[in-house]
Design a protein around this ligand. Structure first.
Ligand code: NAP
Length: 262
């Protein structure tokens, strides 16, 4: 029997088959979860529908998470379709390309607001809309990156957004703990996806990561998916408010070893 048998999972942030959301979808499906998917806008539908069909998923909803009414409408539709939601996955981020290059002090006010609205506040908004439909034993998970606590050149405002996302995870975990709902974040190492392509110097980041991490390997969307399965399963029944690293151990390093060329 799969770890997520009998659980319904709503996954936000699927763009294509390279998305972390897709790695999570496949891992959760493999462990018996019934899946519902959400994507950002019409432009993605052409890619998302065939992926959904490939796993027999019929609940596929567009939702621009910068709009509260769109979030509310998906939450209500999901509740109607599934009866209850046991797992909520937030795998969404956005910043203007201009903000992900050059000095951080050039971040515009509008760009700062946009990045934090879509990458951070949307998790709070989704949690609020979905929590009435989430029974005891449910779990929420969001995706973060180590640029929240250490400087990753060019990650800029996204690092600030991820710091706020991790803090939001802790506050949500506190709020929802009494109703038996757990909230965690997964901090993934760099993975080549659509969103990652927007960070200037991403290729160098990927190379340095594989050179310096203790396991000397990059991580995959499957690795993140497996971690999400664990965190959203009953195996993690008393884990909440955590930032769970899936990064080949990169975050424990202070200085590169003499043999690493970083
Ligand atoms: P991705 O495939 O591009 O996924 C990002 C998703 O966010 C896309 O589906 C994107 O849709 C969606 N999104 C953007 N604005 C939205 C909006 N207003 N409403 C709804 N959805 C919106 O890239 P990914 O790497 O898998 O990113 C998923 C998460 O993992 C993000 O939180 C990211 O920061 C995090 N993460 C990524 C890495 C990495 O190296 N790839 C590492 C650590 C953490 P559009 O394509 O339409 O914008």
């Amino acid at each position: 029997m799969g770890l997520l048998e009998g659980k319904n999972a709503l996954i936000f942030g699927l763009a294509n088959d390279r998305s972390i959301a897709w790695g999570i979808t496949q891992a959760m499906r493999a462990q018996g979860a019934r899946i519902g998917l959400s994507y950002a806008g019409e432009a993605l539908e052409r890619r998302v529908r065939p992926l959904a069909e490939s796993i027999g998923c019929t609940f596929v909803e567009e939702c621009d998470v910068s709009k509260d009414d769109a979030i509310q409408s998906v939450a209500e539709k999901a509740a109607l379709e599934f009866g209850k939601i046991d797992i909520l996955v937030h795998s969404i981020a956005f910043a203007n390309r201009d903000e992900l290059t050059g000095p951080f002090y050039n971040t515009s006010r509008a760009g700062f607001h946009l990045a934090l609205d879509i990458s951070t506040y949307s998790f709070v908004a989704l949690a609020r809309a979905f929590q009435p439909f989430m029974p005891r034993g449910s779990a929420m998970v969001c995706m973060t990156y180590h640029g929240s606590v250490k400087v990753a050149p060019h990650y800029n405002v996204m690092g600030v957004a991820k710091a706020a996302l991790e803090a939001s995870t802790r506050y949500l975990a506190y709020d929802l703990g009494p109703q038996g709902v757990r909230v965690n974040a997964i901090s993934a190492g760099p993975i080549r996806t659509l969103a990652a392509a927007g960070v200037s110097g991403f290729k160098d980041m990927l190379r340095a990561f594989a050179d310096m991490s203790p396991l000397r390997e990059n991580v995959t969307t499957q690795d993140v998916g497996n971690a999400a399965v664990f965190l959203c399963s009953d195996m993690a029944a008393h884990t909440t408010g955590e930032v769970f690293y899936v990064d080949s151990g990169y975050n424990i390093m202070g200085v590169a070893g003499p043999e690493e060329k970083v």
